[in-house]
Design a protein around this ligand. Structure first.
Ligand SMILES: CC(C)(COP(=O)(O)OP(=O)(O)OC[C@H]1O[C@@H](n2cnc3c(N)ncnc32)[C@H](O)[C@@H]1OP(=O)(O)O)[C@@H](O)C(=O)NCCC(=O)NCCS
Length: 179
């Protein structure tokens, strides 16, 4: 484990269309590693471009990337959650770090920015759904102040396996002047 001083300096910014190949690779790493909770199909460049364009059109659902010296090494998205009930109040966080950059603090920094950004956008709560055996993700949640709500048993289908999913939540502070 590296010390805070050794952590790479990250530039965190909104995703652009030309990030599509890198983001596709990072997401597909997680799918191949069996760590993406519900996305268990590999995505194409076109899928990825569509997701970037969708985020670019909706200020309430940012897709942010982390880069180190122009290499995109992670992403976090603030996504709609149970839209009919909670639009604009509760969001779901989805976060992925490039395989070779994991456990260097990139996830923690992306998560902190997503939490700040979600509060600024006026959300009052974030939720996450993590495979219950995804220890790195649960450790990241613990390190960034999330609470475990409970476990959906045999919930996410990965081929012939039904995997438990841990639901986590993070209560956001109210920000005055939030959008
Ligand atoms: C989960 C994931 C986003 C975490 O990002 P990361 O950059 O690897 O995590 P960080 O290095 O910021 O670690 C955050 C905390 O988790 C813990 N942690 C993470 N990986 C760890 C490891 N391999 N060993 C020990 N602790 C670890 C540390 O406590 C760390 O806290 P610290 O900053 O106080 O040291 C990343 O591992 C990932 O993309 N995994 C595959 C995809 C995935 O699981 N996404 C989440 C789906 S819900």
């Amino acid at each position: 484990m590296v010390t805070p001083e050794q952590r790479p300096h990250l530039n965190i910014r909104p995703a652009r269309e030309d990030d599509a190949p890198a983001l596709r690779e990072i997401c597909n790493d997680a799918v191949e590693d069996g760590l993406a909770t519900f996305d268990n199909g590999l995505r194409s460049i076109e899928d990825q471009k569509r997701l970037i364009a969708t985020a670019g059109q909706d200020a309430k659902r940012p897709l942010l990337v982390a880069e180190v010296r122009n290499l995109v090494c992670g992403l976090v998205s603030v996504e709609a959650c149970e839209e009919r009930l909670h639009y604009g109040e509760i969001a779901e966080i989805v976060i992925f770090v490039r395989r070779s950059f994991r456990s260097y603090g990139v996830g923690r920094q992306l998560m902190r920015v997503a939490q700040t950004e979600a509060a600024r956008l006026g959300y009052r709560k974030l939720i996450g759904r993590v495979l219950s055996d995804n220890e790195d993700s649960l450790r990241l949640c613990k390190a960034t102040g999330w609470r475990v709500v409970g476990v959906h048993e045999r919930h996410a289908r990965h081929g012939s396996r039904l995997r438990d999913v841990t639901v986590v939540e993070y209560l956001l502070p109210a920000v005055s002047g939030a959008e």
